[in-house]
Design a binder for this molecule. Structure first.
Ligand code: HEC
Ligand SMILES: [Cu+2]
Length: 361
């Protein structure tokens, strides 16, 4: 075969392979573009709205940078290892070199990098601790249930230290903006995770134990939150709607949810007598409605008409949403712990839905 022919055949092989390289590069570029689209959004740690979350983001970037340096270093060593050499070493020399790698790469390098990470991480963690401060922050208790969040406002206006007259909601957390808030979290059944990514780090919600975290929102906004600990079939459908609002609005919000107002809203309208009756027969053992029932197995429904979502974020609250939930909740949120009410007439479910939607302060 002539040299010319050979050159042509090499070109023939290279041409498609270069196209493949281009394709792969393009795919990588596209994938990177897709990941960049994840930087904003209501659950993005890269879009912080509070000091604790800014600390978390800072550590994230430091670790990414550090990881990149390590990756480049390891790749360089790896390429170096492939370099052909013809040095002959005695077994003693070999052992000395191996020892240097073990001491350097196995002890000095990890100690140095973990120390550096702790230097960043410890102060950041410290800032999220509920340390005593002169002006004690509001305490909001959040309890994870399979698969919804119970929210209790302990030191809320109008409630006493014994916890009487506490304002209770579910799946909808309201907090004042521009001041720290202490979250006391626990779990009712299994371990859940409390995480508002734009406000700070996550913390476990453990049955029988109260974990505390201090968070602060800089801007009045709605933040997404999500259970961050695998807790059963409904885990992916366990969202929390977090709303940060100015202090006065927050106080008004709480004041409007005192039991007297809520029971007034729940009992005044006689047009809903049948629905209330059905509720007492079929729902009251699990759900509380101020002035009507006191069940605690499911979410408190006293202000359900004012929620943004139903079923811990599975559907948006809009006209007819409650009756849709009552009819289809097992397909909207498979496996959830509310029994299907197939035995009830569609009309009864519609009446229940219509009544519950009026429960707004
Ligand atoms: C055995 C207890 C039980 C009974 C009985 C029950 N529920 Fe529920 N209900 C639950 C639980 C648990 C949830 C939370 C489901 C989830 O999101 O995972 C729930 C959720 C709800 C929600 C959504 C609440 C929210 O915050 O998004 C509504 C509305 C509701 N139930 C209404 C009713 C009505 C009306 C009845 C009577 C026909 C009823 N429930 C009977 C346990 C019960
Ligand atoms: Cu979970």
């Amino acid at each position: 075969m002539s040299e010319r022919n050979c050159a042509r055949c090499i070109l023939a092989i290279q041409r498609p392979s270069r196209r493949w390289v281009n394709r792969v590069l393009f795919a990588i570029w596209l994938a990177m573009l897709v990941t960049l689209a994840g930087c904003a959004g209501d659950k993005s740690i890269l879009d912080p709205a509070g000091q604790a979350a800014r600390d978390v983001r800072f550590i994230w970037w430091v670790m990414l940078g550090f990881g990149t340096v390590v990756l480049i270093g390891v790749t360089a060593c790896w390429l170096y290892a492939f370099k052909p050499r013809d040095v002959v070493r005695t077994p003693a020399q070999e052992r000395r070199i191996a020892r240097r790698w073990i001491v350097g790469g196995g002890i000095i390098l990890p100690v140095a990098s973990i120390t550096a990470l702790l230097a960043f991480g410890v102060p950041a963690g410290q800032r999220m601790l509920p340390l005593p401060i002169s002006d004690p922050p509001d305490v909001i208790e959040v309890i994870g249930h399979q698969w919804w969040f119970e929210v209790r406002y302990l030191q809320a206006q109008g409630s006493d230290q014994e916890g009487n007259n506490v304002v209770v909601t579910a799946n909808h957390l309201v907090m004042p903006v521009g001041e720290p808030v202490d979250f006391h979290v626990s779990g009712a059944d299994v371990i859940h995770g409390f995480w508002i990514p734009r406000l700070g780090g996550k913390i476990d919600m453990i049955p029988g134990r109260v974990n505390k975290i201090r968070l602060e929102a800089d801007i009045p906004a709605v933040f997404g939150a999500q259970c961050a600990e695998l807790c059963g079939v409904g885990h992916a459908n366990m969202h929390l709607y977090v709303e940060a609002m100015p202090r006065e609005e927050f106080d008004t919000w709480l004041a409007s949810r005192q039991d007297e107002q809520l029971s007034e809203a729940a009992t005044a309208d006689t047009a809903h007598d049948d629905a209330r009756e059905a509720f007492l027969n079929h729902c009251a053992s699990c759900h509380r409605v101020a002035g009507v029932s006191s069940g605690t197995i499911g979410p408190d429904l006293s202000d359900i008409g004012s929620r943004a979502t139903l079923g811990a974020g599975v559907i948006a609250m809009e006209e007819g949403a409650v009756s849709r939930w009552l009819k289809h909740h097992q397909s909207l949120k498979p496996g959830n712990k509310m029994p299907a009410h197939d035995d009830l007439e569609m009309d009864t479910l519609d009446a229940l839905g219509a009544w519950l939607e009026t429960l707004t302060p």
